[in-house]
Design a protein around this ligand. Structure first.
Ligand code: GUN
Length: 300
């Protein structure tokens, strides 16, 4: 039997609709339109594509969306000035500085300068600390999207006691993902470059989340039969005909023969990231004004 394919694209469409309904309710009840500001420095082609999608989807959900496009020559001081202006702008509820930043700009200093209440990426140390201590903050979008897909697939209570292995320890995905899985009562292992016998660690995972950026690293025989596999990787691979295609960090066809459910690439985790960014912007807008989170998204 082959695995169920987890349709992240369809789930993201319905989440964006719920966010749109919440935005409409906030406008009707409180005359509030949550605002998202995205800062793009330089001309990285992948970042330009991401930022355009973020802008379009934010607008479609009814958010006020602005993108500040700055030249690659922007200094760190100038960028910190832009962030300070957004921090003090009452119409801005969410700030996202697109990564990577050009060489010469220290991304750590820039992320640290964002008001944690507006940090819709959830990358600020305050939000990372709140997550690590089980408190309410803003949660990084990609792991939040992965958790939603897992809850959708397994049911929230069914996650209790499962063995979860997270491959990768980045601040953007691996570490916050491990925190969320622990909060969901899974027994969590984080495997990384220094880990020994990673295939054996993966083979004991009821839930396997892979975020390492290495095309098709995880083979079918790394996957525990009946497990759920979440593939966060998006890698462009050259094809024999001179073109290219996107592949994940998991050898999809092999894993599909073994797992009970898995996410495809593209169309799995990717679309959830922007949907969760919109969700975080609405949550930030409500918290900043001490408003109740609209019912449409309260349980997300
Ligand atoms: N670059 C790639 N993914 C992301 C993301 O989720 N947030 C930001 N700020 N930059 C990124």
């Amino acid at each position: 039997m082959t695995a169920t394919v987890i349709n992240g694209k369809a789930y993201a469409v319905s989440l964006r609709q719920q966010v749109g309904a919440a935005v409409a309710q906030l406008r009707a009840d409180w005359d509030v339109t949550p605002g998202l500001a995205v800062v793009l420095v330089g001309e990285d082609p992948a970042s330009q594509v991401y930022v355009r999608s973020k802008e379009a989807q934010a607008r479609e959900a009814g958010l006020r969306s602005t993108t500040l496009r700055l030249p690659a020559s922007t200094s760190q001081k100038e960028l910190l000035g832009v962030v300070a202006d957004l921090n003090s702008d009452p119409a801005v509820d969410g700030i996202l500085v697109q990564l990577p930043l050009p060489p010469g700009i220290d991304s750590g200093s820039v992320l640290a300068a964002i008001d944690p209440a507006k940090d819709v990426d959830g990358f600020h140390a305050i939000n990372a600390g709140l997550l690590a201590t089980g408190q309410k903050g803003l949660v990084p979008c990609t792991p939040l999207g992965c958790l939603m897909l897992l809850r959708h697939c397994l049911g929230p209570r069914a996650m209790t006691g499962l063995s979860a292995v997270v491959l990768g320890r980045s601040n953007i995905v691996g570490r916050p993902m491990a925190q969320l899985l622990m909060q969901a009562d899974c027994t969590v292992t984080i495997a990384h470059k220094g880990s020994r016998d990673v295939p054996a660690l993966c083979r004991q995972a009821d839930i396997l989340v892979v975020a390492v950026g290495r095309p098709e690293l995880v083979r079918g025989d790394w996957v525990k039969p009946g497990s759920v596999v979440i593939d966060v990787g998006i890698n462009r691979m050259a094809t024999a005909d001179g073109g290219s295609r996107l592949v994940g960090d998991v050898a999809y066809e092999e894993a599909r023969q073994v797992a009970s459910a898995l996410t495809p690439v593209p169309g799995g985790v990717g679309p959830m990231t922007i949907a969760c960014l919109l969700l975080n912007t609405v949550i930030a807008a409500c918290r900043r004004r001490s408003l109740a989170i609209p019912s449409y998204i309260a349980d997300c």
